[in-house]
Design a protein around this ligand. Sequence first.
Ligand code: ZN
Length: 324
Amino acid sequence: MTGCMQGIVATGATARVVNTWAHPGCTGIEYQGETSPPQPAAAPGSGPCAVVACAAQGVYHFNGQWACSVDCLEQLLRAVVIAEQALAAAAALHAAPRVKLGRILIEQGIINEAQLEQALRSQRSVGAGKLGCWLKQQVELPEADFTAALSIQWQRPVFRMGAFQAARMVSYLPAALMEKHGALPLRITGAPERLSICFEDHIDLELLSAAERMHGLSVDAGLLTATEFWQVTRELLGQRPPACVSVEAASVPGMTAAMSQLLCDPAVITSRLVAVHGCYWLRVWKQGSTAHQTFGGSLEHDSMRHHGMHEGVLVPCDFLCNPQ
Ligand SMILES: [Zn+2]
């Protein structure tokens, strides 16, 4: 497993690879799913370095900009980190004011005052557990009613699982983020495409905002019943996700130094970095060598062909870092 991305991350005093999530025997280019890079990547040298006062030709493509050197790349990374911190904080601020779940359940006639009191007492005496969990233990609570109440609380729709395309959706969020934030990519719909992300008992606006920036798509959020949420989880777990590597960094500068080394890999065609709850999610699209995947033709434009850049396919790999 750990051999998946060996030789790509610079190991040193400031940052190192601590863990990977990848299927056994993964070479890093076997990914079978589908996702589009944030935008068509053009051949190196097709744009100037984005660092102010640097007029050199771009070599490395990151967050829609070109950098000419490792130093300039690190400057861009630091600027993106600052911008991402602000965007994540802004998304967190917009969390909708919520009516208490117990009140909604009473108003909907699903539970009565005595049942709510009993659940609250249990929650207080144990000092743990969500109210919903206590209620489910103590009251016969129809699952659909409970999810409908959550939908009122969070002012988001209840989604249906429908014909779930796990192989397609598994690439939209790293498994570690799905697990940590209780969020699952459910479907892509419409033109222009929109991404639907579902939750079981809450809505995480910061995660939605990060997914929007990573994929360049509008994101819809909704709730799934516990049963359907579990079914979607199980189907996603049965898929091959993009390789995912955890990078440990002592500080944000340590992280940007490690990431700039990572992005200098000649196989990296383009990349994007977003922040979510203090975690930095870097996705790189590397040139793969297998011919059985394509990404909607977005990389087939003339400059790529002209420069002979795009012989194979682009394969996403994720890096997650929680700097101290
Ligand atoms: Zn430069």
